[in-house]
Ligand binder design. Sequence first.
Ligand SMILES: Cc1cc2nc3c(=O)[nH]c(=O)nc-3n(C[C@H](O)[C@H](O)[C@H](O)COP(=O)(O)OP(=O)(O)OC[C@H]3O[C@@H](n4cnc5c(N)ncnc54)[C@H](O)[C@@H]3O)c2cc1C
Length: 488
Amino acid sequence: MSSKNQIFCDQLILGSGPGGSVVFDQLTSSGFAPMIIEEGKSADDKAFQDNPAKLTFKYYRNGGVSPILGSPIFPHGEARVLGGGSTINGGLMWRTPKNIKDEWHKPLKEVGINDNEIYKFFDDIDDYMKIKNQKVLSNFDLDSDKLLSGANKLSWNVVQARRAVQSCQRSNQCGAGCPSGAKRSMIKSCLDNGLKNGGTIKTQLRFEKLITSNSKVTEVICTDLSKSPYEKVSIMPSDIFLCAGTLETPKLLLRSKILKAESLRLGLHLNLRFLAKFPDKINADLGTMFTYQIQEFLDQGIIIMASNLRKMYLSTILSKLNTSHNQKILNNYPYLGLYTTTVRPSSYGGFFKLPFIDAFPYFYLNKEDLANLKFASIQSSRLLFAAGAEWVLLPFSKPQFATSFDEACNYINNADKNDFDFLSVHAMSSLPITNKKLMTNDGRLKGLTNLYISDGSLLPSTIGESPQQTIMAFSHYISERWINRHMA
Ligand SMILES: Cc1cc2nc3c(=O)[nH]c(=O)nc-3n(C[C@H](O)[C@H](O)[C@H](O)COP(=O)(O)OP(=O)(O)OC[C@H]3O[C@@H](n4cnc5c(N)ncnc54)[C@H](O)[C@@H]3O)c2cc1C
């Protein structure tokens, strides 16, 4: 390898999602000069003024669909772009829900972490991410208004969505990247700040393997994807923050033979999608992703929201139906709303280490999870019919039209786990900081003196709510501990 492909640096951050970006910002603000590397490309607002299908293919890992082995097999969505998930997500920013804080208090204390040392960062994050209640405009987001009216009829708890979005232009493509620049991703916040404060960002550099010697990571072997043909690059850092996300962080540790598959797990939320037809035109495509969130079942790990509606987003549903049903849907397009119900399962999946093809994630539903999916589907149907829906298309592998709440209950109660059709976009807790066997309470991987984890992997469990702000608070905590030790 030529010397130009060998890089020596102090702090190296692997992955530029919310976890890695916070570390980058915090270290540079304290006078350090870290380097952050990212496999995906950099993207400005203009880059997102394109067809959402093309954008998904370009800025999501595996073109948008990474399968999770299970029964049923289902897709997981994960970013592969500068800023990680924050660049292509819904911009929802919730603090850790109270029931989860209560659940974590004891396990965190047992490993010597005072949870206030983590949650104290929420105010700062609100501030620099400019998190606000999503502004509600009249005659826009009528799909969300339907949820509000259904919730009010049922006297359910409904709140305005808290988002890192300013002056939203209602481009209706949040999940494919914001073309107006309204969403405040990590590119517009921590990464920009870190760059101004002397940090270095390298994109299109994929880390392949960590080399260890004498209880230290001594070298990170990477591939430079910007070169044709690709070139190998070797980085020799003093300290490493591994922030590749809940699935890629464990995969790298498995590839590098640092951990065994049995010591890792995989926490996921499952998203069910409901299509509802209303008697009046709601033109859901004239809106943003959501303006309200139903939190009636938050303590049970269930939240309900509207989603972006575009004809292309219906394609997975249409492909499972016959031509006359497709016509029924497309003819009613202005009357349709697409809704997502997110469910926190009680079980965890894991990783198979397969020879030659990297580690593969799996997740199998248990009986309790199936009961939860049914409960969540029944409550979502109750809400949509209370909001005035004429029919609701249920989230099954063979989608079923229900024209009343009773009919929906009948279909749902008779469904088997393989009948449900779901996907995930929230992964977390593959390497919980509360796992004393693997982690120290400052986020270092035991057995290695210079490898820290700082991403969604670290969360003590799944949380039943959008995880980005919680992940960022944990990353602040990891950075603060590291900075305090190195400035002392
Ligand atoms: C469609 C979608 C919508 C979502 N909506 C919301 C929402 O509204 N609110 C919310 O709170 N959460 C949301 N989430 C989840 C949220 O985005 C994630 O929880 C969060 O981004 C995780 O942060 P992270 O730093 O752990 O990992 P990531 O954001 O996944 O960042 C990891 C980064 O590391 C890079 N990387 C991985 N492996 C390598 C490698 N080998 N070499 C180089 N780089 C690598 C990746 O490309 C990625 O950029 C959503 C997610 C998706 C996919």
